[in-house]
Design a protein around this ligand. Sequence first.
Ligand code: NAP
Ligand code: MG
Length: 403
Amino acid sequence: MSKIVMKTPLVEMDGDEMTRILWQMIKDELLLPYIDLKCEYYDLGLEKRNETDDQITIDAANATKKYGVAVKCATITPNAARVEEYKLKEMYKSPNGTIRAILDGTVFRAPIIVKGIEPCVRNWEKPIIIARHAYGDVYKASEMKIPGPGRVELVYTDEKGNEQRISVHEFDGPGVVQGQHNLNASIESFARSCFNYALDQKQDLWFATKDTISKQYDHTFKDIFQEIFDDEYKSRFDEAGIEYFYTLIDDAVARVMKSKGGFIWACKNYDGDVMSDMLSSAFGSLAMMTSVLVSPQGYYEYEAAHGTVQRHYYKHLAGEETSTNSVATIFAWTGALRKRGQLDDISQLCDFADALEKACIRTIEEGEMTGDLALITSLKNPVKLNSLDFIKAIRKRLDEELS
Ligand code: NAP
Ligand code: MG
């Protein structure tokens, strides 16, 4: 069989720890034998980031703007322990944060549903997709420790030097303070990405904030969504038979638990971070959640929603067998390859992505899976495979799908 030929390169962002090991296995077993893989490679592993003072991350984000589609492996966000472990020159920012700040946009996270892995919430019949705003708020906050009594104020100085000033708090002892911001332009593109995605998926869109408490900040999000919806999307939603629904975040959480699923839930940055982890565990496993960053200009960056699976990596380094689930990382590749196929009009690439996803799902449904799923499956007598054998089991089905 001849290999599928690509036109435009994918931006490939390698990563850290166990997911870096899986990354190579996936390429060797599931991609390189079938595709004449054209990638522009960026090593976002922590050593390379340290070597380049993190310039490599910025270069990778800019390459995504150039080519349009990227696939990213999970990466370490350094903390104090990592600075020590990797002898880092500084505590670099989260690569995902850096990339999102450059590309802007919205992160859509969807669980991968398979038979035999039932959600803990019994009434969830369909996936719930989280749309996470990927800019600002607490992720771009300025913070200060307040050592003792004193006044904290917010000051805005316009271009002519006029000031607006409000008090945050009169401290009578030590405390902490934080300044957050967002941009109307970013909120507008968040809203449009969500409305477009809802139309694309033909699913209802929910959005929630805490506008009753945050009458300026969160209320601005609510107002911008409503204005854009009324002006640009209302009639198209009516035609598609779907709806846009706004409510308070606490009400949304309660309703989500009682729903049947099958909608998109737009969340502010922090809500999306937390709620996507809750949804992915409730749908079965962190390792069964895909993630794609969609920028307002139409750039796409695909990844798994989980981290570098550090505990498994240390086992791997100690020479012990691991059983790490590669499905979300494989789906990052299939998402990117399918998008490249659509943009470059290479139907074989899209068909390959479909076949590989089907092979992953069949492998699990036919009873062969990694330890995380074997623990929770309702299938009788599941076979628990190690990391490489699971990928080989997928390859066997992939060959069947392709022949
Ligand atoms: P994690 O890597 O997502 O792992 C947390 C736990 O979830 C694991 O210990 C494992 O549980 C389970 N798990 C996650 N993915 C799995 C998989 N594919 N197969 C099987 N089990 C899986 O999160 P973390 O341990 O909090 O973070 C580790 C590193 O990842 C950190 O340095 C963090 O900065 C980074 N991180 C990166 C990203 C990203 O690049 N997008 C996202 C989150 C975290 P058991 O140990 O019980 O088996
Ligand atoms: Mg998180």
